[in-house]
Design a protein around this ligand. Structure first.
Ligand SMILES: Cc1cc2nc3c(=O)[nH]c(=O)nc-3n(C[C@H](O)[C@H](O)[C@H](O)COP(=O)(O)OP(=O)(O)OC[C@H]3O[C@@H](n4cnc5c(N)ncnc54)[C@H](O)[C@@H]3O)c2cc1C
Length: 375
């Protein structure tokens, strides 16, 4: 029975979109996999995020990974037998004034020089054609046309199911308490006994610093709780996801008319209790920003708010790739509130690195050594 399996080629710690994607791609490469998740797959950031699938406004170091992922999102049903609610109506970054717009121009020019063409400038006329409800004062912005959104829990569960159907063993409700070397294997001790594998992947999200410490690679991971809120249904007024350049705001209208508002204001995470506390004053700031720029939203009732527990690194970039200290250990965490889009591609690249030792997708600047060498 695969459920009782204790040995595998690869043990993945963490059942978020990253762990599930890596488990799936390892299984697709013929590796035996055990994924261990302390709660259930998608219980944390991967199941409660805003579902934004964006290449727009990413740090250049993660654009190659993001590009690899976007190709998979556009064929997601082929990969996981479920369209994950993925729709692609683009994402638009709105400049609020000329200074903002100048920053956008500099960014797009820099990307073009680096050979990336997914971000395009749009002027005030095109902005209003794509986002008719935007305030008259906004002079333009940037669009990434292939971006979109998906349903987070559905997507994460689809990756889990597909991995399982290809032979991966998924152990939910099992907590990893220790990771240590045992001959040529890793011994992964849990509250349901020990598991052994020559390769392990640390995809433990906001808890990944503990696994990294077990490996002698402490990292300055900050646990954060990004907040979201959703309104009652409004008449349809926008298709793309909108983000602001200057202020903390992103929002998206669903087909049922409700509007999801997020963008970076933080609540308080209590990671050992699996609990988050909302900060209603900061949520009111997000609401005020929407009201300013989208007059149509004034008076829209907010019906629900929540937060998720997420790992943020000091440079807002993930820790991704081989351990700096050990053969057979790999890190995939610290996605700093923008890792959902990266999930499908990061899993594919991680499985390639595990199986072949390398990947053609550049991941320079994401390795754990950038932190461990300074500790
Ligand atoms: C409110 C919010 C909005 C966001 N919006 C977006 C967005 O629009 N677009 C975007 O791209 N990103 C977004 N993000 C970020 C994105 O959700 C995360 O970057 C991504 O989901 C991280 O995935 P993960 O698999 O690394 O982590 P997680 O989903 O946190 O998964 C890690 C898993 O590891 C498990 N685990 C930890 N320790 C152990 C252990 N010891 N034993 C067993 N299991 C363990 C945890 O229980 C958890 O399920 C948002 C995040 C939040 C919170």
């Amino acid at each position: 029975m695969t459920r009782d399996r204790r040995n595998a080629d690869v043990i993945v710690i963490g059942g978020g979109i990253h762990g599930c994607s890596t488990a799936l791609h390892c299984a697709m490469r013929g590796l035996s996999v055990i994924l261990i998740e302390k709660d259930h797959a998608g219980r944390h950031a991967s199941g409660v995020n805003a579902g934004g699938v964006r290449q727009l406004a990413r740090h250049v170091a993660e654009i190659p990974l993001s590009n690899a992922s976007m190709a998979l999102w556009h064929d997601i049903a082929e990969l996981v037998d479920d369209d994950c609610g993925f729709t692609s109506d683009g994402q638009v970054l709105v400049a609020e004034d000329e200074a903002d717009l100048e920053g956008c121009r500099a960014r797009v020019a820099d990307l073009t020089l680096r050979g990336f063409h997914h971000e395009e400038m749009i002027d005030a006329r095109e902005l209003r054609a794509i986002v008719p409800a935007v305030s008259e004062t906004c002079p333009g912005g940037v669009i990434s046309r292939r971006d979109g959104a998906a349903i987070p829990l559905r997507a994460t569960q689809a990756f889990k199911r597909k991995a399982e159907s290809l032979g991966a063993t998924i152990r939910e409700g099992v907590r990893v308490t220790k990771v240590e070397k045992d001959g040529s294997n890793w011994r992964v001790t849990t509250d349901a006994g020990a598991f052994l594998a020559p390769r392990i992947v640390n995809a433990a999200g906001a808890w990944a610093d503990r696994i990294a410490s077990d490996l002698g690679e402490p990292v300055p991971l900050e646990v954060i709780a990004p907040m979201l809120m959703i309104t009652a249904p409004l008449p349809a007024f926008i298709k793309p996801v909108v983000i602001l350049r200057g202020r903390k705001l992103s929002f998206k209208q669903f087909d049922n008319g409700t509007v999801l508002i997020g963008g970076g204001h933080l609540g308080t995470p209590l990671r050992d209790e699996n609990v988050t506390l909302l900060d209603w004053r900061k949520l009111a700031i997000s609401a005020g920003t929407v009201w300013d720029l989208f007059p149509i939203m004034r008076g829209a009732p907010v019906v629900r708010a929540w937060a998720g527990i997420e790992a943020r690194m000091p440079d807002d970039l993930p820790v991704f790739g081989k351990s700096a200290r050990h053969e057979g250990a790999y890190h995939q965490f610290g996605f700093s509130a923008h890792g959902f889009q990266l999930g499908p591609g990061a899993g594919a690249v991680m499985a390639e690195i595990i199986a072949t030792g390398r990947s053609n997708v550049p991941i320079d600047g994401l390795d754990i050594a950038r932190f461990t060498t300074t500790h």
